[in-house]
Design a protein around this ligand. Structure first.
Ligand code: SF4
Ligand code: SF4
Length: 149
C-alpha cells in the first residue's frame, strides 16, 4: 500500500524533463496538428509542458523548468485537482513500483524494499499518515513500539 506524496516539492520545483521530451512538447503547434497522439493523456501532457513550464536551466540532457502552478510558500500545487497525467501518475503511472533513480526523499520510495531504493535515500513519511498507525506499520513492516528497528 502506497503512503502517497509527502509534498517535499522536489519533483515540482523544478520539474526535470528529458530535453527531447521538452523539445517534442514545445515544437510548433502546426507540426503537431496532424499528429496522431498516442492518447488524450499524451496530448494533455504536451499542452501542459508547452503552456505551463518555463525553462530555468539545462544540464546533461535534462532541462529544469519552473511550473506556474507551484506555490513555493505553501509547498503545494495550486492546480492539484486538475494537474496533468504526467503529474497525477507520478512516479508509477499505474504500473507496479520499480526501482527508479528519482528523488531519494520521495515518499514513493517507501513502496520499494530498502534494497531497491537509491543509495543514501531517506524517504519522507507523508504527514497524512502520522495519525494512521496501521498505515505506518504496513509501510515499515514493524510495530510502532518495536525499538529493535
Ligand atoms: S502542475 Fe502541480 S503537480 Fe504538476 S508540476 Fe506543477 S505544481 Fe507540480
Ligand atoms: S514526495 Fe515524491 S511525488 Fe511528492 S513532491 Fe516529493 S518527490 Fe514529488
Amino acid at each position: 500500500m502506497s503512503l502517497g506524496c509527502a509534498r517535499c516539492g522536489a519533483c515540482c520545483d523544478p520539474v526535470a524533463l528529458d530535453f527531447s521530451v521538452w523539445q517534442w512538447a514545445v515544437t510548433d503547434a502546426r507540426t503537431h496538428a496532424s499528429e496522431d497522439f498516442a492518447s488524450a493523456e499524451h496530448r494533455a501532457d504536451r499542452m501542459f509542458i508547452a503552456a505551463s513550464l518555463r525553462p530555468v536551466s539545462a544540464e546533461g540532457g535534462v532541462i529544469y523548468l519552473a511550473c506556474r502552478f507551484y506555490d513555493r510558500e505553501h509547498m503545494a500545487c495550486r492546480a492539484y485537482e486538475d494537474r496533468p497525467p504526467m503529474c497525477s501518475g507520478y512516479p508509477w503511472y499505474g504500473r507496479d513500483p520499480e526501482p527508479y533513480r528519482g528523488y531519494g526523499q520521495c515518499s514513493y520510495q517507501l513502496d520499494l524494499p530498502p534494497s531497491q531504493r537509491p543509495e543514501g535515500s531517506r524517504p519522507l513519511i507523508p504527514l497524512t499518515v502520522v495519525s494512521r498507525p496501521s498505515a505506518w506499520r504496513a509501510a515499515c513492516g514493524r510495530s510502532l513500539g518495536d525499538s529493535t528497528r
